[in-house]
Design a protein around this ligand. Sequence first.
Ligand SMILES: O=C(O)CCC(=O)C(=O)O
Ligand SMILES: [Fe+2]
Length: 331
Amino acid sequence: MTVLNLPVVDFGPYLDPNSTAEQRQAVDQAIDKACRHLGVFILKNHGVPDELCNRMLDCIRRFIQLPDEEKRKCSVASKERGYVQSDLALVKGLRPPHENIAFYPPVNGFSNGLSPTVDPNSPDARLPTSPDALGMPDAWPSDEFRAQTEEYLEHMLQLKNRVHASIATSLGLGALSQKRFDDTIFASAFNGYRELTEAEVIDGGTNLPEHTDLGLLTFLSQDSDSTSLQVQDRDGKWYDVQPIPGAFVVNVGVMLNRWTAGQYHATVHRVIHRSKKPRISAAVFVDPFFDASIAPLSELTPAGKSCADQKAETFGKFSMDWYNSSEWPEY
Ligand SMILES: O=C(O)CCC(=O)C(=O)O
Ligand SMILES: [Fe+2]
């Protein structure tokens, strides 16, 4: 498998108050170019401390190392939340090669029709309700795990806002479109890929089937010695991604492809972990609110089409249909 040297974007100028407009513009151009081409790039000097990223990965590692019965206490009746193991492995009588624990904030208040009893403008709209349109609420392994995740996401929020500001500049977005980027939430999926035996390494296999992420952008942090992540180029050829220690792999999801009327490419990717060492990754997805429109941003709406021509479908409906359809791989 060919190793792909993804574009590496040094985000330093966005954090340095002494950087020049030209330096920031160069960052904007690099991100915009990568989003248009393969839809994926490596982001370094992003301002999220290395120590925090490592602490987050270690916290996930400790959870993944718990006995199955402990981990299963975090399984909940929801596709987007809780602990899951790949069932394919169980069919073959193997220990599952991939497991993950996912978190998704409450969506009732944002669901715009999925829960008609909630007024989206009321203060109650943002309170956790159980169950909501996605099923049962998040199940945290421990208070410590939750506090660790929240600290991580606080830093990710600043980064997300800066990356969105860069994209908004490149796309020439006005205030209304920028607000659509502000009205977003974080979903997260923390993945564990177990170590393989010699025979399994030779046999190979797919741990996370090919897919596109559904939201706007994904920020992925992973064990820095792992080349298990693969991305597909526009001709359908697969490449290993060479990680850079401390840097995020950032990829475009289906929503950003839609919002940009197809200008930004939603990357198809998968994980084939063929190593005698286990692997941990933390994917943070930026998703629109459930009541957000999936129509293109007004500045990018193709000529001759008004926004009203676009299907006024919400992200909530779109994502529920997506997860219930065959486009989302079962594994
Ligand atoms: O584990 C990885 O590197 C990728 C995870 C991923 O693609 C996902 O959770 O959507
Ligand atoms: Fe993904």
